[in-house]
Design a protein around this ligand. Structure first.
Ligand code: 3PG
Length: 212
């Protein structure tokens, strides 16, 4: 978790890759890295997603690669075996949390309510995803949760964009923001990886305007 934390402090943005073609997944990851983002989440939503994540891991580079949309313990084991260095889930499932804690694998389960955050805390987690961030109350809701759960760090994801990124990052208990706005389908499918790099740079500039 330490290196992941350090990277998130340096660039508190976690881009999502949702891509079924392994070559495009690798090119997207490289474009993000060129733009300065080195922590990426590959979501397991379609055919080929796991292979895409594996290809990014195999391609090497200075990346920390995690798996997202992990719904079951079997999937958690599978992505871990494929080289995922952290796991993200849309919700909180105890057996995945316990597995990740046992394996020392950072785990970010989606939480919205105080009860969900408290359950994560009771399980021993100190980092959670706040999902879907914009629909679940956005910055005011996250501010309220952070004022109560002083040891928790949050990764808001879902509806984060350049327009609200600075407001989320201004909250001291936000570790990083996740999102797919950095990897738009038209750019990735069209092979316009320069656009992905430009979006990564823009996000870093926005983060610096708030945190430096
Ligand atoms: C997630 O998987 O966390 C969200 O679907 C990402 O939401 P976004 O597409 O609004 O960034």
């Amino acid at each position: 978790m330490r290196e992941l934390n350090e990277r998130m402090q340096a660039a508190p943005i976690v881009p999502l890759i949702d891509e079924s073609d392994a070559d495009r997944a690798v090119a997207t990851a490289q474009a993000l890295q060129e733009g300065g983002l080195t922590v990426i989440e590959v979501v397991l939503r379609g055919e080929g997603a796991l292979e895409g994540m594996q290809a990014i891991v195999d391609a090497g580079g200075d990346l920390i690669v995690g798996a997202g949309t992990v719904l079951t313990l079997d999937q958690a084991r599978q992505v871990h075996a494929a080289g995922a260095q952290f796991i993200v889930s849309p919700g909180l499932v105890d057996d995945i949390a316990k597995y990740c804690l046992d394996e020392g694998l950072p785990f970010f389960p989606g939480t919205v309510t105080a009860g969900e955050v408290q359950r994560a805390y009771a399980l021993g987690l100190r980092e959670v995803k706040f999902f879907p961030a914009s629909l679940a109350g956005g910055v005011p809701m996250l501010r309220a949760l952070g004022s109560v759960f002083r040891e928790m760090r949050f990764m808001p994801t879902g509806g984060v964009s350049p327009a609200n990124l600075p407001d989320f990052l201004a909250l001291p208990h936000v570790l990083a923001c996740g999102g797919s706005w950095l990897t738009p389908n038209d750019a990735v499918a069209g092979g316009n990886f320069g656009a992905v790099t430009a979006l990564a740079r823009q996000a870093i500039d926005l983060a610096r305007s708030v945190r430096d």
